[in-house]
Design a protein around this ligand. Structure first.
Ligand SMILES: O=C(O)CCC(=O)C(=O)O
Length: 454
């Protein structure tokens, strides 16, 4: 372990030559300096104003009004989670037995009209949350059950994990997913954030249909035959309101990592951005493999992971807050294998997780830099939390800025919304070189595994 610590220190000093901050420059550097001083050294750089000229930024073309003018009526695919922690390790309660298992949980992917997605994000302001708000931390639920809750050859991209995990059809007609053979296996309860049912509330228009369809489903699903604790049968309005509140608390994130921005459903947005960064073509030797659109709000976070790509991440609206560790620090994240669980919607409309079939495992980390570490976490993960270890780098990317995030860097991302409660990013993934750097990162990772298993 001392050798790995020494490697971390040496790389920080000799190659990265970074203090406590990632380098920042105003405007695009010349290609040669960028290649020599950053790409060749695998060193991140925040380039302020690099995409300021995009109409989406300069002319605010991607206000909700602007986006809805272009996208209303189009179906979009959205990741749905009860707690905004898609593709993250979390404790889930497996029903019917109530076994708690620590799993890597994939989101439900649902297809919905863009206007429904937009209305959902708009109403989901922290001020509307009765308790913990959009915290990504563990949450409980109305029923009282526990809930803590491309691009082949790149075995750990989140897209590929999603593709590998078996998806199941869900009750909603709008759900996306491939058929699964068996719905009757163990389920993980994944209820949404706690929201008090308020019968007297007025339902935002986009959720009236949800509540109504919930009402219809409820009568098929025996919800109306359940007896609540006060002994009175629930009214249909009560059932609809409960489903409305549960749905309103779900966290939606438009993010697919399959080059979704280049797809036909988003063609009306193409005039507002660039689908490739002109000066990056020379640096990376070609066009990006993927150009991804991300629309969410602060309820969603992205857990620590690395990608086998050179990444240019542009922010159009709101702010992205990256927490970064260089690849040589991978041993500090205590990566281990977790069973993969998928999220699905039950007949009653609840989000549930169940183990993927056939069983699969993913190497991931449990460390969540966005939640205060408990004393137990600090004791379990000293290489991350101990005061004598180097702190991760923090970078805030604002509208018009572009972050160069080198391949294999470990990153976790949180978001701060703009005044319209949205955060929009566009990123470009370029092929990385699988050279000596890749080999040494693999060595560090395998040494860390060996040490952890000792
Ligand atoms: O913006 C996010 O939530 C995650 C971005 C990310 O992980 C990536 O660009 O690789």
């Amino acid at each position: 372990m001392d050798c790995l610590k020494k490697l971390s220190r040496e790389i920080r000093v000799t190659e990265l030559d970074l203090g406590t901050q990632v380098d920042v420059c105003d405007g695009v550097p010349d290609r040669l300096s960028f290649l020599r001083d950053y790409v060749a050294c695998n060193k991140p750089l925040l380039i302020r104003g690099a995409v300021q000229h995009w109409p989406a930024v300069k002319d605010d073309k991607w206000s909700w009004e602007g986006l809805q003018g272009k996208l209303d009526g189009k179906q979009v695919t959205v990741a749905v989670m009860p707690n905004g922690r898609a593709d993250a390790v979390q404790d889930a309660t497996l029903s019917p037995d109530g076994d708690v298992q620590t799993c890597f949980v994939l989101p439900l992917e649902e297809s919905m009209p863009f206007e429904q997605f937009a209305a959902h994000l708009k109403q989901q302001h922290p001020a509307n949350w009765p308790s913990a708000g959009c915290s990504s931390s563990a949450h409980d639920n109305q029923t009282g059950s526990t809930d803590n809750t491309a691009l082949a050859a790149r075995s750990d991209t989140r897209l590929q994990i999603r593709q590998q995990a078996q998806q199941v059809p869900c009750c909603s007609q709008s759900c996306v997913g491939t058929a699964a053979s068996d719905l009757a296996s163990a389920h993980v309860s994944l209820d949404a954030h706690p929201v008090q049912a308020q019968e007297a509330c007025s339902l935002p228009e986009h959720l009236v249909s949800v509540a109504t369809s919930g009402q219809q489903r409820a009568s098929h699903n025996h919800l109306d035959r359940q007896t609540p604790s006060d002994g009175k049968p629930p009214t249909q309005t009560g059932v609809a309101a409960a489903e409305f509140h549960r749905r309103a608390a779900e966290v939606l994130y438009l993010q697919q990592q399959n080059s979704n921005l280049t797809n036909a459903e988003f063609s009306s947005l193409h005039q507002d951005v660039e689908l490739e960064i002109p000066w990056a073509r020379d640096v990376f030797g070609g066009s990006p493999d993927a150009c991804n659109l991300w629309i969410g709000n602060e309820c969603s976070t992205t857990s620590f992971h690395k990608d086998h790509y050179e990444n240019l991440f542009a922010v159009v609206a709101g702010e992205k807050r990256f927490v970064l560790l260089p690849p040589c620090d991978v041993y500090r994240l205590y990566m281990q294998q977790y069973p993969v669980a998928i999220t699905e919607r039950s007949d009653e409309g609840r989000l549930q997780a169940r183990l993927a079939e056939p069983t699969s495992h993913v190497k991931w980390t449990q460390i969540d830099p966005f939640n205060p570490a408990s004393p137990e976490d600090q004791a379990r993960f000293p290489l991350f939390y101990n005061a004598d270890m180097a702190k991760p780098f923090h970078v805030t990317v604002k509208p018009g800025d572009l972050l160069y995030l080198p391949s294999l860097w470990l990153h976790a991302v949180a978001q701060k919304p703009d005044t319209e409660n949205k955060v929009i990013g566009v990123n470009f993934w370029y092929d990385m070189k699988f050279d000596h750097r890749y080999a040494y990162c693999t060595l560090v990772s395998e040494l860390a595994d060996a040490l952890n298993n000792d």
